[in-house]
Design a protein around this ligand. Sequence first.
Ligand code: FAD
Ligand code: DLZ
Length: 510
Amino acid sequence: MPSLILVLGDQLSLSMSSLKDANPESDIVLMAEVMEEATYVGHHKKKLAFVFSAMRHFAHELEKKGFSVRYVHLTDKNNQGALRAEVSRAIEDLSDVEKLIVTKPGEWRLLADMEDWPDLFDVEVELRDDTRFIATLDDFSDWAADRKQLRMEYFYREMRRKTGLLMDGDEPAGGEWNYDQENRKRLPNSKQTPQRWFCEPDDITQEVMDLVEDQFPDNFGRLRPFNYGVTQKQAEAARDAFISDILPGFGDYQDAMAQEEPWMWHSILSLYLNVGLLDPLDLCKRAEAEWREGRAPLNAVEGFVRQILGWREYVRGLYWYKGPEYKNSNFLNAQNDMPEFYWTGETDMACMSDAIQQTIEHAYAHHIQRLMVTGNFALLTGIHPDQVNNWYMRVYADAYEWVELPNTHGMALFADGGVIASKPYAASANYINKMSDYCGNCRYNHKGRVEDDACPFNALYWNFLIRNQDVLQTNPRMGLVLKNVERLSDDDRKQIQARAASLMKSFGMC
Ligand code: FAD
Ligand code: DLZ
């Protein structure tokens, strides 16, 4: 009874639920590069090259395991341009397919499409759960069901207990759940950041890069040089280099930023995790072993495990728990347009320019840049959440809606009114100066508020608080900050509002 097994571009694990009982002798695996997936948002050129090359390499791996793979290239003459249409064509061509098996996709958009497939095709359609996560969606909804607040911290503790990761019996390893207070060091001027693992593109990747340049010449981002891995083996090499050389320093500078230092001590593993080239639980166990064997300190290992076992699992659970309407909220009624410099990096704000330039170059920025620089600016200036979500989907190699949306809509923009964050992550230049060397390299004065050379983040920060004073009034964590707003004289308010308005105008936002 031959089955057709559809494997998507972010389902590149041999352990996929769709493949678990596959019979290489009779079943056919379908993989299709299609314009619909390549254009539903205009992905960064490096993301396109990464996904297509990783798909092609994975198809070869399957063939080596004895599978018959029907691989549809983007420019194949008969390519129908959409997954649905390629499944239909495969069923017609192969004639004896009795069943279609797919692991559920990572986005509501595509799941909604697939839910219509049983009516469209003359074969049985089986949609299987994605089992590559540490928590199931039922685990998350059981945890969330009776709670008023869905804070990541408590979900994370439950996951620690459930998996036994970094636990000594019933107690958290080292006696604390969280070592964040040790992980907020600024990078000293003399401190060198470590060398990173990268690799050279092979012939398949070179061919894919030509394809991307040819088919998507106007997409965002720089394609060459391309040095990310595209196979499981390469992703594992990147992982091993991180674990042995970088992880011990992961904690100390986790929240720090530095000019022209895109990587700091971050792992650069999200792109591999999100397409299935690495397994999240295995990664957490390897990190834990480094601490248990005395090769990495607890603040580093706990900080790293928290990102994966905590944040990554939590945002995935929340994305599916909250449903497709989650993205429609706009708690702060943000209505402004995104300034053009988000696409070019051409701004005199050193922090924004650096974060955007390296996003153009690498399809990567680390968490604090995404949250406290580009995200914070979008929050303060009230850019419409749809535009901000669209931007984050378009510019990062690791962007898939299940992980991008909660982080952007909830964490960075507070557009969900506090489902994820207990208060808006709004910050002035003071925070950026404390955590980076950007302000020392900037034409703006980080101490000024309304002067012509004052850092825009300052007037925009105060203007944000003034603008949202009423709606944030009932938030217990905003009390102290809003007290400062109340203390502003009328004249101060007017000056802040005038400076903010003039800045927004100069950015072409209103
Ligand atoms: P590290 O700092 O080394 O962290 C280790 C791993 O933990 C990451 O690889 C990632 O898998 C996981 N992780 C860390 N923080 C988060 C988080 N907040 N949510 C989920 N997983 C996390 N991450 C994505 O994978 N895709 C996105 O599209 C994405 N969009 C984001 C948008 C905004 C506005 C913000 C604030 C964060 C976003 N993140 C996203 C989360 C985080 O910034 C990235 O996972 C991280 O920067 C990837 O780099 P890294 O692998 O070096 O991470
Ligand atoms: C991201 C992506 C891209 C660019 N192209 C394809 C593709 O051509 N074929 C495919 O199967 N998957 C692709 N993907 C990944 C999908 O967009 C992803 O599976 C969905 O967004 C669900 O997460």
